[in-house]
Design a protein around this ligand. Structure first.
Ligand code: ZN
Length: 337
């Protein structure tokens, strides 16, 4: 397999697909959040789609001691308890700058940039197959009314701290319901879901994809894949230290294989987070989120409970019915005030 096809495969695998929920949460339940500071409002911080409050007893880790100084876009980890009003009261909050040198960030960017360029070269989205063969996914449009429609949605949905020039929008001619965000900011939406869904519903799907991008799910998932495959930091550091392209390539292949072999449980928490955060994006953009669970109802009716049918390639999603219930709980906790 040539280097290009390897990198395409890697980029392909690292690109994460469509939309997913939150386990049962009741008041006073313990909650852990791992996300980013996305909005500040009335002394609350929005993290992982949740409204996070602090009080005098909150323990601050890192260099901040109050919500006021936390920069939007910083990584935030919270442990706290769910309050009766649906917000999360932080017992401990850890804020750190979003590092551009995180493990696998460069691999994700290089691999996805390679795949994006390959798809744009002939305006054709395809899946690499053995022996240099390809499986056609659909023709790619980078301009025109459909692209403009998605572009308008993306501009509305992306949180303010995300530079709009980092996001590139494409439409793939394919009648299935699907969409994908690459780790490098390329957003791909199938024409099928655009034809069948009004903007209010498409916003939930595009919001989900944006959350994959803003929450760096490609690199997080790649990191987990490596852990699974070769079992530890030492092996990775060893590969880097050797400086051997073949070894590094095997690490990438390892990531690819383990990602593709994933099944329920591995990527589901990231999919669920993308659902929570994507719902927040739709809400903040002014879309009527009360109808968001209906999007999953529609997926359920079209595709049944199949996990894989609604996925883009290898990614894992919660079952459509679970996702619908999760969104209903999210709305009850966060958007009914
Ligand atoms: Zn997804």
């Amino acid at each position: 397999m040539g280097d290009l096809s390897l990198r395409i495969l890697t980029g392909f695998v690292l690109a994460i697909g469509l939309v997913a929920g939150l386990p049962g949460v009741s008041a006073q339940e313990s909650v852990k959040l791992d996300g980013y500071a996305e909005w500040k409002r009335g002394g609350e911080l929005v993290v992982d789609g949740q409204r996070v409050r602090t009080d005098a007893a909150t323990k601050w880790k890192g260099r901040h001691t109050g919500v006021e100084t936390v920069p939007l876009g910083d990584e935030v980890r919270v442990t706290g308890t769910r309050q009766d009003d649906g917000s999360v009261l932080a017992r401990q909050i850890d804020v750190r700058p979003n590092s551009a040198n995180a493990l696998f960030e460069a691999d994700v960017l290089a691999g996805t940039a390679e795949l994006e360029a390959a798809w744009l070269r002939d305006k054709l989205a395809f899946e690499p197959r053995d022996g240099g063969q390809i499986a056609k996914i659909g023709e790619v449009a980078d301009s025109g009314p459909k692209v403009e429609r998605v572009r308008r949605l993306v501009a509305r949905l992306a949180p303010p701290y995300v530079p709009r020039e980092k996001l590139r929008v494409y439409v793939i001619e394919n009648k299935e319901w699907n969409a994908m965000a690459m780790g490098n900011g390329a957003i791909w939406v199938f024409s099928g879901i655009m034809d069948d869904m009004p903007d209010d519903q498409l916003a939930v799907v595009v919001g989900h994809e944006l959350a994959h991008y803003t929450h760096e799910h490609s690199r997080r998932q790649a990191r987990r894949g490596i852990w699974t495959q070769i079992g530890g930091l030492a092996a990775i550091l060893g590969a880097e230290a050797i400086g051997n392209d073949a070894v590094r390539a095997s690490v990438q292949i390892g990531a690819a294989l383990s990602l593709s072999a994933l099944n329920a449980g591995y990527g589901r928490d990231l999919e669920d987070q993308a659902d929570r955060v994507g719902l927040r994006y739709a809400y903040e953009a002014g879309f009527p989120v009360a109808d968001a669970p209906g999007v999953w109802q529609r997926f359920l009716e079209k595709y049944g409970q199949e996990d894989r049918v609604t996925n883009f390639f290898f990614s894992d999603h919660s079952r459509a019915s679970t996702r619908r219930r999760n969104l209903e709980r999210e709305i009850a906790q966060n958007y009914r005030r």
